[in-house]
Design a protein around this ligand. Structure first.
Ligand code: URA
Ligand code: CA
Length: 434
């Protein structure tokens, strides 16, 4: 087989065979296929697309390019949740303990973040003592015992995807549905779950800005998952403004605690109950979505979700007393209020720009090597549709710098107020199960 022939084949709009796709991914991972040939192929895919069968083969080939996690020693049906990004997305921190508390095993492999705020592991590390550097055996034992554990991502998960994503990034081939869908799904499949629930974000702060594009990506991923034998479904949720109120690592941990107490922001609570119900149903712990939702609501009411969080944190070295006393989480030196300059209704909160403001405070990494400040970030006081009076706070800024004029300016530009009444955006756009 010669790579040049396969590039030509795809360039001319023909379908690659399973063997050809395996040859490409194996060759690219071991270095026998050079970057210049792989870039030509990805550009051909960008224009010609891939059939459903090709997408499934590409996903499996990438999933098999490195370590694959074996979760078979964990009892029950393992359901993994994946979100396609967004700003201030606290769902993982809430969902893990919540579904674990009704008996769904949560075996979460997670990473550190690049961008607005840290990843799930960074956020959890704002709990004093918490660590996710545990070995596989301990991970499996903890999930069997507590129904939940989080382990730091293995170094050699889907190396083909790592290399290919970096190449696509510099060859203008990121924006291709078959390539995005197989990239995301390869990682989920290598991470070992039986079922996958996707939270596909849509709107200004999302990777996919329009509902049409989000729907196409969601469908592509759901089909790949189901075609390779992992039951998969997707919820398309709004990211035209940040989810919940908190953006920042320790602030989001506190927000997750509040939500598990039943005192969280409405949108975050609703999205967690929606995603959680699907997870519980896929894990066969309930017979209907309605029953699943009732179980989760009860777990919040009777504090079993909160108990599950405490057990999870303390089993991984964390000080679980932060749950009852969140003031033990890292605190910023200063808090400032962003005061509204006029009366009106909040009409826009540009999610990625607000996320960037949190990053400028130190909540996120600008490069892989930079360190993050777990204490800092933003807490929104108003969301789209809320009425605001001149002088009222729009945002509380938690900072370790005294001079934050630049950040305030950025927030003023990206939180818009209008005299007209505004409706809040719809939170859940669609559920895709086919
Ligand atoms: N996220 C991924 O993991 N892969 C892509 O290709 C795009 C977004
Ligand atoms: Ca949030």
């Amino acid at each position: 087989m010669r790579m040049v022939d396969l590039i030509e084949k795809k360039r001319d709009g023909k379908e690659l065979t399973t063997e050809e796709i395996q040859f490409i991914i194996k060759g690219y991972t071991d270095g026998s296929i050079p970057d210049y040939q792989m870039s030509a192929l990805t550009m051909a895919v960008y224009f010609q697309g891939m059939t459903e069968r090709e997408r499934a083969d590409l996903t499996l080939a990438m999933a098999e390019s490195g370590d694959q996690i074996d979760l078979s020693k964990i009892e029950g049906i393992k359901v993994d949740k994946h979100s396609t990004g967004g700003v201030g997305d606290t769902t993982t921190l809430v969902l893990g303990p919540l579904v674990a508390s009704v008996g769904v095993p949560v075996a979460k492999m997670s990473g550190r973040g690049l961008g607005h705020t840290g990843g799930t592991i960074d956020k959890l590390e704002s709990v004093p003592g918490f660590h996710a550097e545990i070995d596989n055996q301990e991970f499996i034992d903890l999930v069997n015992k507590n129904k939940i554990a989080v382990i730091a991502q293995s170094g050699n998960l889907t190396p083909a995807d790592k290399k290919l994503y970096a190449l696509r990034d510099v060859t203008a081939t990121v924006d291709s549905i078959p390539l995005i869908a197989s990239s995301i799904m390869s990682k989920k499949i290598a991470a070992g779950a039986d079922c996958i629930v996707l939270d596909v974000k849509t709107g200004a702060g999302a990777f996919m800005k329009t509902l049409e594009d989000s729907r196409e990506l969601a469908r592509a991923m759901v089909r790949i998952g189901n075609n390779v034998g992992r039951k998969t479904m997707a919820v398309i949720s709004d990211m035209s403004q940040p989810l919940g109120l908190a953006i920042g690592n320790a602030l989001e941990v506190k927000e997750a605690i509040d939500t598990l107490k039943g005192e969280g922001p409405e949108d975050l609570t609703e999205l967690c109950l929606t995603l959680g119900s699907h997870i519980v149903l896929l894990a066969k712990k309930a017979n209907s979505l309605t029953e699943a939702r009732q179980m989760l609501e009860k777990a919040i009411e009777d504090c079993s979700a909160l108990e599950s969080l405490k057990r999870f944190l303390s089993s991984q070295g964390g000080d679980a007393s932060v749950v009852d006393d969140p003031s033990k989480l890292p605190q910023a030196k200063y808090t400032f209020e962003l005061e509204a300059k006029e009366d009106g209704f909040v009409s826009e909160i540009v999610a990625d720009e607000v996320g960037t403001a949190a990053m400028l405070l130190g909540a996120g990494r600008t490069t892989k090597e930079s360190s993050i400040d777990l204490a800092v970030g933003l807490v929104l006081r108003k969301k789209i549709g809320d009425h605001v009076k001149k002088g009222e706070s729009l945002v509380t800024i938690h900072s370790n710098f005294e001079n934050i004029n630049e950040i305030k300016e950025k927030l003023y530009v990206n939180i818009k107020i209008t005299p007209e009444i505004m409706n809040p955006p719809k939170l859940i756009h669609e559920v895709i199960t086919e």
